[in-house]
Design a protein. Sequence first.
Length: 230
Amino acid sequence: MKALVDARDAAAGVQGGGQADALRATQKAYRDRVAEVLAAAKAVLDEAGLEANAIQVRRMGETLQTASARGSEHRDALVAGTLAKDVGLDDPFGGLGDDAADEATEAPARPAPAQRAKAEAPARPGEAGARPGEAAARSRAAQEKARATEEQAREAERAQERARREAAAQAARAKVAELEEALGQARADARAAEVAAVRAQAEAERARRAAVDTETRLQRARDDLRAALA
């Protein structure tokens, strides 16, 4: 928007100076800036699912021309992006020339051949009377709705991630419980084996002592037998 206002001032600055080439160049630059702003406005409406007809486009063009004029009471609001109403066309070029005014006003308003039928179609109910402020409000509402939808999608992704992590945590807890149970059983088996080993060792010791005692008695019996035979 600042570029549009600067181009407007540049075109007005060379008016009446006898510099035809400079005048044509600055007028063309100004018309180009107007067309760029209108194209940007139409793009915003398209993103919001709205469509500006030829009447609305011309009304926006007239507002840009009038409000961008040096000394206009609406100029500051235009540059700040806070102008929310139409401004009537009242000698918007202030001496820049009628041809320049017509070209800058008409060029953006005429749609391309492929889009002319759509641009000239009857306006939808409520559309013809829509003002730039209303269109901006609809655009903001559409953007807010898009942001809300995007936030809902992100929240759904976060919920899905939380569910995935919770499922993984539950599976891990179940595995830990299973391994703890197995460890407890293994320890119980180890203790039982140790007890059995101690008992077996005791039994083996008793058997060894019994064998020694039996061997001792056997030896005595042999000694007694030899003594009896002597």
